[in-house]
Design a protein around this ligand. Structure first.
Ligand code: PLP
Length: 404
């Protein structure tokens, strides 16, 4: 077989910058270097570009421009949203937070830090299908609940949560609702009004925008404590000279992603299902999380008797880039907290891979990936002294909806 090109299947970790984003950014990295706060023309041109980007981003989210606050990315937006909402509500005697056990570390660790400060956190379980149940959110609500934070789509398994229903419940009970939409933005239609959220986090590098750039959407009228102290930028809430190039690049990338969403969704779903179908022909394999409620390009698969990191390295040798889950946790050699939260035994959780596809891939690429994956799985199983016992059924793994 002819040598294959490099295949990137880790778009949930990050994406390459789109040509549109690069084109939009280039002038602000070179000739139009003005500070948006400067009063002369060079500065005012940068100001106009920042405010146009704010309007464009707001339109993509069905939001108002003044509701957009620029940040350095998803981690900052999550931290700010949770800490600001918690502290604001604590002033009203509300010190309880509700979140799920499979959030991104930016939310998980911020909730743990808030626990250390004296907030109490209810950690909702995630079911075997990788979904949070709105009725469980509702029954966890108390008089003193300040905030619910549930991600719109999970970064490791790609399951899409019922945010609209959760938003409706929170609004009805007068509780603030934050959603981490870092994986959703650019991959799902977002409508902050329909979702009835109060705070929403976005990161540009997940939808072909620049790294180190994000936004926090905050419902108009919701007063938040400032993230930093300094000048007057971002209404004095997040001061610091604006990253003009990053801001216009994020806007160009999100506009592009929203415009191409229907066609891209159809294409990615077909590629994703083609890959999953071939991978699941391997014995003792499983798809993690709901088949139906998932991001267009993301699948997470477990292969009993293997090791995700070894699989990743073997695929890398074949020019295929995938992930064992969250890039932030790779190298830690810990089983994924997301897969454990789903109820997978540790050994099976360790033998898992996430494929997050991009629209540049073809069916031929997918078939090549599936073939190389099959080879890698087989190779590792043959080296695993336990494989024979797994294959003969003497070692069995129980997961929520099956045993194998
Ligand atoms: N939230 C989710 C769901 C993510 O997938 C990520 C990135 O992996 C983040 C937050 C953090 O975003 P950033 O890399 O922009 O800090």
């Amino acid at each position: 077989m002819a040598e294959h090109r490099f295949l990137y299947a880790d778009n949930a970790a990050t994406t390459p910058l789109s040509p549109a984003a690069l084109r939009a950014m280039e002038p602000f990295l070179t000739a139009q270097y003005g500070n948006p706060s400067s009063l002369y023309r060079l500065g005012q041109e940068a100001r106009r570009a920042v405010e146009q980007a704010r309007r464009d981003l707001a339109a993509c989210l069905h939001a108002e421009p003044e509701e957009i606050l620029f940040t350095s990315g998803g981690t900052e937006s999550d931290n700010w949203a949770l800490r600001a909402a918690a502290h604001r509500m604590a002033a009203q005697g509300k010190r309880r937070l509700i979140t799920s056990s499979f959030e991104h570390p930016a939310v998980l660790h911020t909730c743990r830090a808030l626990e250390q400060e004296g907030f109490s956190v209810t950690w909702l379980p995630v079911h075997g299908d990788g979904l949070v149940r709105p009725e469980e959110v509702e029954s966890a609500l108390r008089e003193d609940t300040a905030l619910v934070s549930i991600m719109a789509a999970n970064n490791e398994i790609g399951t899409v949560q019922p945010v609209e229903e959760i938003g409706r419940l929170c609004r009805a009970h007068g509780v603030l609702f934050h959603t981490d939409a870092v994986q959703a933005a650019g991959n799902l239609p977002i409508d902050v009004k329909r979702w009835q959220c109060d705070l929403l986090s976005v990161s540009a590098h997940k939808f072909h925008g620049p790294k180190g750039m994000g936004l926090l959407w905050r419902r108009k009228g919701l007063e938040l404590p400032a993230l930093l102290t300094g000048g007057e930028q971002e209404r004095g809430l997040r001061p610091g000279t604006e990253n003009t190039a990053g801001i216009v690049g994020m806007a160009a990338a999100l506009q592009d992603a929203c415009a191409s969403l229907p066609a891209r969704t159809a294409r990615l779903c077909a590629l994703r299902d083609r890959l999953a179908e071939q991978a699941l022909r391997l014995p003792f394999s499983r798809l993690n999380g709901s088949r139906d409620h998932r991001l267009p390009g993301t699948v997470n698969l477990s292969f009993a008797g293997t090791d995700g990191e070894q699989l990743l390295l073997l695929l890398d040798l074949q020019g295929i880039a995938v992930s064992t889950g969250s890039a932030c946790e790779s190298g830690s050699h810990k089983a994924s907290h997301v897969l454990l939260a789903l109820g997978l035994p540790e050994e099976l959780a360790r033998g898992s891979l996430r494929f997050s596809l991009g629209e540049d891939l073809t069916e031929t690429d997918i078939d090549y990936m599936a073939e190389k994956l099959a080879g890698a799985v087989q190779k590792i199983r043959l080296m695993n002294p336990l494989w024979e016992r797994i294959e003969s059924g003497r070692i069995r793994y129980s997961v929520p909806d099956e045993t194998f």
